[in-house]
Design a protein around this ligand. Sequence first.
Ligand code: NCD
Length: 312
Amino acid sequence: MALHGRDLVSIRDLSREEIVQILDSARRMIPLAEGSRTAPLLAGRIVAMAFFEPSTRTRLSFESAVQRLGGSCLTIADAGASSMRKGESLYDTIRMLSSYADAIVLRHPNEGAARLAARASERPVINAGDGAGQHPTQTLLDLATIRERFGTLAGLKVVLLGDLKYGRTVHSLAYALAEFGSELVLCSPESLRLPEEHRDELHHEGAKVTDEPDLARAVRDADVLYVTRIQKERFTDESEYRAVVGSYRIDAEVLAGAKPKLIVMHPLPRAGEIAPEVDSTPHAAYFRQAFLAVPVRMALLDAILGKRRGAR
Ligand code: NCD
């Protein structure tokens, strides 16, 4: 695959065809992700996990993907434990790490950090979230989840709910869904609307995008309800956060008016946006979504640094 040796900083770095290839490969990786089959596709490869912001699923699913494929990881899971604490620059840290590992997976609180790291690194850099910027590997697993349920990524009505201002997962996902021809419905508190730059880009792509601040109306004829957490850590003003916290919540009552096939997704962690009662309904797709992180990241790593190139 042409992805060999490449960085993944933004979802825009991938063509539609490349995304489909990764999703097809990910489907074949499911037995490997479950541990029912093994294949040493990354044997002898070392992948550095440079995480300078909290993470559970993203880091652990990357580590699981690498290790199940026979590779190994070098992990910085706590910014305070690395020399960045002593004032080392991101550039120097990445430059050095790229001489210890075959690829670097980076999470960082600053938007643009992954682009900078890609310039500093001699090895491929995969963006695992840069501030309020992008989270392209989350988008790949989000797309895998939607495609598994609906068999397509086109012609669906997808509600993006919550913090559309700071949420990097929606900044990546909205673009990809538009590219594949799904319709977007934006539902957020007024102060957390999708920023203009993203709206302009979506319009430029010819995407069908509407705003529907009323949750019940937004849900009514949706196929996918993508719920996000309010990104508390990105607010500069605590009162701005307090004004919106708890302003939306998905529960049985909200879903009573939904299509039977509606799926509820969430990149997780949830912080009260989805009531636990939703977990046992057929709508809940977020735990499957979290599992699919492993085969999708396997497929991506195999494409970027696997020994035998090409989707399997
Ligand atoms: C998301 C993130 O870090 O952007 N989490 C994740 O990667 N699964 C969403 C969030 O933190 O709200």
